[in-house]
Design a protein around this ligand. Sequence first.
Ligand code: GLC
Length: 450
Amino acid sequence: MKFKTFITIFFGMIICQPCAMRAQETPAWAKESVEKREQRMAWWRHDRFGMFIHWGLYALPARHEWVKNHEKISDENYQKYFDRFDPDLFNPKEWAAKAREAGMKYVVITTKHHDGFCLWDSKYTDFKATKTPYGKDLIKPFVEAFRAEGLRIGFYYSLIDWHHPDFTYDYFHPNGPQNSEERKTANANRDIKKYQQYLKDQITEIMTQFGQIDELFLDFSYPGADGKGRNDWDSENLIKLIRKLQPQILIDDRADLNDTDWGWDFKTPEQYMPSEWPTVNGKRVAWETCQTFSGSWGYHRDEQSWKNVRQLLTMLIEVTSKGGNLLLNVGPTARGLFDDRANASLEGMGQWMKYHSRSIYGCTQAPEEFTVPKNCLLTYNPERKRLYIHILEWPIHALRLPAYAGKFKYAQLLNDASEARYKTEDNNIIFDLPLRKPPVEIPVIELFLE
Ligand code: GLC
């Protein structure tokens, strides 16, 4: 799809062209020591694996959360979904249990997506869950249920709003004129300043009504002629407000402040795997890739491109092996349930995580002295001094670790803590593995380095 390609290239450019960035001076309110920042990010670097949830009116058409844009649906015609939004089976305790069992440690839910529909009872709009037939706030019970399962809470909030009367028409807006000149005329009665205030008012609500919020995912900027960026959102003041209300929060990089070191906490490669740990000005930075099961973020009934459990696990391991986080998305149905395909994927991941989460939590990229053996991915726990070898293709007996001799004291298979025996040949280690692959999707050897 065209817009997807655009977004992928756009965020790709942000990540791949750090040198092209202008450095902006840090305002006094944003100054923070390196140690303080590290402390703020410690839980996130440890946890590695979160659940993204895209839920809203677009679950009813069930053909992509951008449906209003894709099909140029007018407000009047979109209203039919609002008038029938009634997720009678919504039980956030069930969702939270599924996330925890899959091994996820935090969750990020769409409080508002681009269509402008709000899941909480915002005082600044009527376009919200409490005014639909369902009639209740969805965010409070959601937050309580996930906290009760021990997960940290994150909010996604769309900077874009195709419902607000002061959100000026731009090239993504589904309902404005297609021609740039005509858009200008049509925008004469729209006041972006009023929309900026709306952003601040709503952000204040979600930052003050639900307790501690650990991550905020603002989405997204597309600066340039007929697009929107920091001046449209008043990004600097928005970030200032957020940091005042939730000083410990982690904020993504989509408010168009990428040339600063205070306007974002982590990079967000979307739906692709960076070839290596992303850097800015030559330094490795925190990153979280967001990924779908099948392509669409909102519930998509007919999509057939579902990744299998093995691919999902490989993704989680690969992300960890490059020092990043994985935010994996579920799009619940309009009845309020995770569908069978999502459940099966989560359960499959959970089965593996039950025995292998040790190679994910607290882990990161392995030091360079450890070469990556053939068909393997490495992760490393610097505190416990363990190296994890994820074996993607189970070999016939022998697994060769080049130049590993003398680098570890003991080795075992992680799933059952059974000793993994080996011999040393020159400088190399040759494992003598059982012929039969252990009964897990991706077996792991745990090396005790000390
Ligand atoms: C994109 C899409 C959006 C999705 C988001 C997730 O920006 O516009 O639909 O919510 O990515 O990262």
